[in-house]
Design a binder for this molecule. Structure first.
Ligand SMILES: Cc1cc2nc3c(=O)[nH]c(=O)nc-3n(C[C@H](O)[C@H](O)[C@H](O)COP(=O)(O)OP(=O)(O)OC[C@H]3O[C@@H](n4cnc5c(N)ncnc54)[C@H](O)[C@@H]3O)c2cc1C
Length: 455
């Protein structure tokens, strides 16, 4: 027996090939976490900083010059994409590799909200990906957005998931706001000079969101808000709050949507929640005590708020599912690497057929989940009638499957997978919550079942 340095574990000398080093710290050459398309795609030639999405699609002349543009194998996340989409994806993978992956453990451990990194991402157009260009957005499609969030999430799932909520809020203002509101809020959100939060859930209304109680009483040209929101991502650290509140009677038709800015008298925040994952973004209660908001901050008409909230969530569900795809993709790569390097019973784990089959299942489930997410993204982009159901199905399937994939990848790491030195555990912790928020997966089943039984 010999001791593995710094880990205090006793393993037989004959089987002492150590597992890959802590991935993001790169202590052993060649073992650093390198979020990438997949082994079939080379690294590409275009540095992320040279490509900016906003208002200008990537240089068409660059198409077909190689550098990550090979067709890729069937399980590659760039399979089936247009050259332009491969360009976006490449930019996002590069950003994830260089700007996020090296820090994801520290952001998690120290609970750092990486504001400056997100602002760098916004310079590439990731602050308002599907917001219209006239207010600073990138004007890309839902499918493009999904591709970008999947790639970014390989570098830090928690940070990318917050960015997806921020993007959803910016889209809601862009889509349902009037011209004055769009120009007032969207440019600073798209640049991520300001950050946004989505405020629907309350202590007493989670899955039954339409029963929310936060009241907004009209007083002249203002609403006076009273009540509180629970579990708000970014809460306390963000600048702009998109709040669903009750201006009318009970039920969804009594709900309106208003935009509040930090610093509004009567707006305060609860303590920062301690969480299993998603630690690079704060979660707090948002509290309204006689909080006065101009009527001019209401998005859409009175009573339209629940509809606006649900429209936002359709895209939000694709985005959060895309973040799960990224985590699962990264975890499959980590598992592949670990199985190849780690030896037990005198052979690499990769020689074991049981583990080979499990790896094959993981890759298969990942491809299936990705196809569902992209199918839903296309349906939403095209305004199809069944888009909301397809988004729910995709969220349900992808977040469940991807959690199972990450968890299996952790299992393949054995005891090392349970150590915080290894990235795989963070992916597991970060994506667990995707099965709970933006509508729990039980609520997704309710939406799908209702559609089947009513249709
Ligand atoms: C880290 C984190 C970040 C979040 N960020 C935000 C945010 O930014 N903005 C926001 O508005 N909200 C946010 N949420 C809240 C999230 O959307 C809710 O937690 C979620 O909608 C579930 O609500 P709940 O926690 O009240 O659970 P409940 O609604 O109390 O549900 C408890 C359990 O019962 C199940 N259940 C409930 N009703 C039924 C039913 N009829 N049939 C079958 N099962 C049922 C649920 O699926 C769940 O498993 C966040 C939550 C977390 C944990």
């Amino acid at each position: 027996m010999r001791a593995v340095p710094n880990r205090g574990l006793q393993i037989p000398a004959a089987a002492a090939a150590p597992p890959p080093a802590p991935p993001w710290r790169g202590e052993r050459p060649g073992s650093a976490l390198r979020p990438r398309c997949c082994r079939c795609a080379n690294g590409g030639s275009r540095p992320a900083s040279t490509v900016r999405l906003r208002g200008a699609r990537p240089d068409p002349a660059a198409r077909g010059r190689g550098g990550g543009r090979r067709e890729g194998c069937s399980r590659c996340p760039s399979a089936g994409l247009t050259e332009e989409q491969k360009e976006f994806q490449k930019v996002a993978f590069d950003f994830a590799t260089k700007e996020m992956a090296p820090h994801m453990a520290e952001w998690d451990e120290k609970e750092i909200f990486p504001v400056e990194t997100m602002r760098k991402a916004a310079q590439l157009g990731f602050g308002g990906i599907y917001v219209k260009p006239d207010v600073g957005g990138s004007g890309l499609s839902r499918l493009d957005t999904s591709i970008i969030f999947e790639a970014l999430s390989t570098g830090c799932t928690s940070t990318t998931a917050y960015m997806s909520i921020h993007n959803m809020c910016a889209w809601m203002i862009d889509t349902f706001g009037n011209e004055e509101q769009r120009h007032r809020f969207c440019p600073s959100l798209c640049s991520m000079e300001k950050f946004a939060s989505y405020c629907l859930t309350e202590p007493g209304s989670g899955s039954d969101a339409a029963s929310l109680l936060t009241s907004a009483k009209r007083k002249g040209d203002t609403y006076v808000l009273n009540g509180s929101k629970a579990f708000i991502s970014g809460g306390g650290d963000t600048d702009v709050y998109v709040v669903m509140c009750r201006t009318g009677g009970p039920g969804p038709k009594g709900i309106s949507c208003v935009v509040l800015e930090k610093g509004t008298p009567g707006l305060s925040f609860g303590k920062k929640e301690k969480k299993v994952g998603w630690n690079s973004q704060p979660t707090r209660a948002v509290i309204f005590e006689d909080c006065v908001v101009p009527v001019g901050n209401r998005l859409g008409a009175e009573g339209q708020g629940f509809n606006i909230a649900m429209k936002g969530l359709n895209g939000g569900r694709i985005n959060i599912a895309s973040c799960s795809l990224g985590a699962a993709h990264a975890s499959v790569l980590l598992a592949q690497e670990h199985l190849t390097v780690r030896k037990q019973f005198g052979e690499p784990l990769a020689s074991n057929q049981y583990l080979q089959f499990r790896l094959a299942e993981m890759a298969t489930r990942l491809v299936a989940a990705r196809l569902m997410v992209r199918n839903a993204a296309r349906a939403l982009q095209d305004g199809r009638e069944d888009a909301a159901v397809l988004c729910s199905m995709a969220k349900l399937f992808a977040t469940d499957e991807c959690f199972a994939i990450c968890n299996q990848a952790l299992q393949m790491h054995g005891g090392y997978g349970y150590l915080k030195d290894y990235a795989v555990q963070q992916f597991v912790r970060d994506i667990r919550v995707h099965q709970i928020l933006e509508g729990t997966n039980e609520v997704m089943r309710m939406i799908v079942a209702r559609n089947l039984l009513q249709g």
